[in-house]
Design a protein around this ligand. Structure first.
Ligand SMILES: [Zn+2]
Length: 230
């Protein structure tokens, strides 16, 4: 490198250093403000009150994901009873905007969802939450039957109506009460909510795909019909 170029680079570096030195305190990376997308749809930092609800349950201190990388999301949704309900999710900041956009579209459709509660309502027990057909995202846990962290541990995955869209690996079915829904053909399935099962190419599938998510129902080694991840 020529000495003239070195001088130019040194100059740029010193200007950059000076700029950050004089930057106002408010320009420091903050946890982010709450973004209001539409009435009833927002995302913002995990504040102290939310933190107190998840600490020791879905969130544990770790070196992989920090609380300020996560966002607390509020949505409205249409329940299986046709009523409008308020739901809450925790997701990675990288997908928070996708999630409010997707859930706004699902609500407008309307696409029925049984429940959207933080998994902490079920003490972060995935099986209990799935059994209740609860839609949830963040949970600091490994992949089922593995020591590798799940995409849920980073808030990069979401499970939709998990009881009627079970996880199926060979003879293993999660949740246990989702076994009727391993038959994915609604004409043959005997489950009460067979018409609400996620199908490849349907509305919810296309919506998540358009936002760059992949679907666990497309996997070959196992089927995770409830699962979308980025
Ligand atoms: Zn999942």
């Amino acid at each position: 490198m020529g000495s003239a170029l070195k001088l130019v680079i040194a100059g740029i570096l010193s200007v950059t250093a000076a700029a950050s030195w004089f930057a106002p305190v408010s320009a420091a990376p903050a946890q982010g403000e709450t973004v209001y997308y539409k009435a009833g749809f927002s995302y913002g930092p995990v504040d102290a009150s939310v933190r107190s609800r998840i600490e020791g349950k879905s969130y544990r201190k770790n070196s992989n994901i920090a609380l300020d990388e996560l966002r607390y999301v509020r949505v409205l949704y249409c329940g299986f009873d046709g009523e409008t309900k308020a739901g809450e999710l925790i997701v990675n900041q990288e997908i928070a905007e996708d999630i409010v956009e997707i859930f706004y579209d699902l609500y407008q459709h309307p696409y029925p969802i049984q429940e959207i509660s933080l998994i902490d309502k079920y003490d972060a027990d995935d099986e209990r939450s799935m059994r209740a057909n609860n839609t949830s995202a963040f949970n600091y846990r490994p992949i089922s039957g593995s020591s590798t962290l799940s995409k849920h541990a980073y808030g990069m995955a979401i499970d939709i109506n998990p009881r009627i869209n079970p996880y199926v690996r060979g003879a293993e079915i999660q949740p246990e009460n989702g076994s009727a829904y391993t038959q994915r053909d609604p004409r043959k399935c005997e489950g009460k909510y067979r018409e609400q099962m996620i199908q490849k190419g349907d509305y919810v599938y296309r919506l998540f795909r358009e936002h760059g998510f992949t679907w666990g129902g497309d996997w070959a080694s196992l089927k995770d019909y409830q699962h979308f991840e980025k």
